[in-house]
Design a protein around this ligand. Sequence first.
Ligand code: 1PW
Length: 214
Amino acid sequence: MAAGQGAFSLREVLAAFQTCVTERREVLLGPYLSGWRGLIRFLHSLGAIFSFVSKDAVAKVQIMENYCRGEQREKYVSLQSMVEYELANGLVDIQKRSGRPDSGCRTVLRLHRALRWLQLFLEGLRTGREDSRTSVICTDSYNASLATYHPWVVRKAATVAFCTLPSRNAFLEIMNVGTTEEAVTMLGEALPYICDVYGITQELFARHKLLDLP
Ligand code: 1PW
């Protein structure tokens, strides 16, 4: 249960990623998307400038939620069932985007790449020194992951947003997990679950040659 009214803790968000993976190593879309919803709320709490960063993630999560509620919802229970269904039915644009709706595969791929950024960023925060600059950790993790896929103008705007991030200790406090030590401990416990979700997705998309979808 979340803490008091309006309170928001990154612990619950990260726990969603823990419940994603089934015994058969499938990634469930329901908890994956609720994890993302929580992350987006968190991004909003970082200030208006981050709403630009979260806007596209909101749109992507919305597309996926529509699939999960739509006529074919039983095909969108897990990433594995989604890939199988969309590929078998020719729903994925492989070479270039056509006029039809965005596939679940290309949409999840964007979220998946962004999850890598989050993972690197939180890991940098966890292992960083007390006086390390959050904006630097964030920029480094972005450059090592998501930036590769963004045009110059998006990279520029993202880097400007990062400069507004608070200090490491203030950031750990916004996470609302307790003391900074407790927040660091929580990250150490939660990050392996995000790594696991990321790893399974990466392997699934690589096996089906879906890592470069337009
Ligand atoms: C503080 C750490 C935060 C990590 C959260 C990650 C949020 C990710 C959202 C980044 C969005 C940047 C601007 C949008 C770019 C889109 O062009 C791009 N989308 C993503 C998610 O990279 C590609 O989508 P498209 O244009 O191929 O539909």
